[in-house]
Design a protein around this ligand. Structure first.
Ligand code: PHE
Length: 473
């Protein structure tokens, strides 16, 4: 009996230790940049233009904006609410909230969402690393002297060889994951968050430079009208689902990342403001990337719907038309690798914190297990022409399958459950108390509007898009 009691005491103090170890971000600005660091990544730079191109341009962009506003932001606020209130990981949070055990499914979905995203995200991050290397080697140096057709052929064959050279993409993917591992091991994550304050604005500036150059190309008008002109006939069920999935993917919501981040926020942070600021800045980055890329697409006669290679084909072309282009090209891919790494750190955090806090595993061991799983299963994403590439499931190769399962299924379903949990299973007073910082903010009207949207509009729209995409309505 005594032993049991002692054991219990030890366990209790261990748990207290875990609670005590939880740090918070130091200031409002750090919170903003750390959260933006998770949101801005390959989603803006690579995925946004790819999907806009594949889904017909302006109409997709319009639906995407609506999804951000009515679905992404309300879910983000809800995740911050859960995270800061419980100061816990996405599974533990529902214990603390004394929710019925089945709500923990949100946490489990989050852990699996993080894995599925990382399986293909780390592959694309690997492509970025290999482009840094190629740019340094000077592979893109002669593009400026080529004709349009030759330049096109050169960039597309460089991309093809990047993704299909059998061993290299795997190696680069391993490097991308190893960098994340090293940062987590060295425990410099906090330092990195500070660097974000400098590097993020630098990336932003570079994107603006590309934008300016692109907007003075011959294809600028056509590119802009592709991006912004809405052709309603293009809005199909699959376009709706893709825009919805991208909105969740972009804001890193629907899988508990923002629950984890919210758990580190300071008590005086205005959660609603932070959500809007992050969503606005993130969307701005995507739009600027779109404005940088589509003029190039039309100037060089590329195919807007060409898929995952779009970014990698257009960026070297536009830099070939800028003085000191190769140096800027290296800088661009370096900064993109940085942004991707920040996003990956937040993705990896979900399973790592889960294992450390729920299974009491050592944090470093959790990191190793997580990264190994990500690598072993992620390797299957390699290009169609290599070993696993020709295997398809539901007519999709592994790359597209992982992307579809995470972005179009796990994140929106997770988002729906989070909205329903906060909208219907949380006490309204609790929500108001947390979002108003115990009444200090005087924002009850805004909170009421948020609750209204969260209870009715968000779930309804999500369900309609889902049913629509499986041909039910
Ligand atoms: N938002 C990140 C990006 O756009 C990806 C991400 C998704 C990160 C989900 C965390 C959670 O690159």
């Amino acid at each position: 009996m005594l032993i049991l009691k002692e054991l219990f005491q030890i366990n209790k103090s261990k748990r207290n230790l875990v609670v005590k170890k939880r740090e918070t971000f130091s200031s409002g600005l750090t919170i903003f940049f750390a959260t933006l660091g998770s949101a801005v990544g390959l989603g803006n730079i690579w995925k946004f233009p790819t999907l806009v191109g594949m889904n017909g341009g302006g109409a997709f962009v319009l639906v995407y904006f609506i999804c951000i506003l009515l679905l992404g932001i309300p879910v983000m606020i809800s995740e911050f609410y859960i995270g800061r209130k419980t100061r816990s990981n996405p599974v533990g949070a529902f214990n603390k909230l004394k929710a019925k055990p089945y709500w923990k499914i949100i946490g489990y979905l989050g852990v699996s969402g993080s894995l599925f995203i990382m399986f293909f995200y780390s592959a694309v991050a690997g492509w970025v690393y290999s482009y840094i290397f190629k740019a340094i080697k000077g592979d893109f140096l002669n593009i400026s002297s080529l004709s349009i057709e030759q330049a096109n052929d050169t960039v597309s064959s460089i991309f093809e060889s990047t993704v299909s050279a059998s061993i290299y993409p795997i190696l680069w993917q391993a490097i991308a994951l190893a960098v994340v591992g090293i940062i987590l091991f060295a425990g410099v994550k906090n330092g990195i968050e500070k660097i974000t304050k400098t590097l993020m604005p630098l990336l932003f500036t570079l994107i603006i430079i590309i934008c300016i150059r692109s907007l003075t190309l011959e294809g600028a008008k056509e590119g802009l009208s592709f991006l912004f002109k809405v052709d309603f006939s293009k809005i199909t069920p699959s376009v709706l689902l893709a825009a919805l999935g991208l909105a969740f993917f972009k804001l890193s919501v629907g899988m508990g990342t923002m629950i984890t981040y919210g758990s580190y926020f300071t008590d005086d942070n205005n959660l609603i403001h932070t959500s809007f600021k992050v969503a606005f800045s993130d969307t701005l980055v995507s739009i600027l990337v779109g404005m940088a890329i589509f003029p190039v697409v039309f100037t060089f006669g590329l195919e807007p719907g060409s898929g995952p290679g779009l970014l990698f084909n257009t960026i070297p072309l536009v830099f070939s038309k800028i003085p000191l282009g190769n140096v800027l090209l290296i800088a661009f891919f370096l900064l993109t690798a940085f942004a991707a790494t920040m996003a990956m750190l937040s993705l990896v955090e979900v399973p790592v914190v889960f294992m450390a806090e729920e299974w009491n595993l050592d944090r470093k061991i959790s990191v190793v297990i997580t990264l190994l799983v990500m690598f072993i299963i992620g390797v299957l994403t390699v290009h169609p022409s290599s070993a696993f590439g020709h295997i398809t499931v539901f007519e999709k190769n592994f790359f597209d399958l992982y992307d579809f399962i995470s972005s179009n299924l796990i994140l929106p379903i997770g988002g729906l459950l989070i909205a329903v949990y906060v909208g219907y299973n949380s006490k309204k007073e609790d929500v108001i108390k947390e979002l108003s910082n115990k009444g200090k903010l005087n924002n009850t009207k805004t909170i009421n509007l948020y609750i209204l949207i969260l209870k009715f509009l968000t779930p309804l729209l999500l369900i309609i898009v889902f049913l629509n995409s499986i041909g039910f309505i």
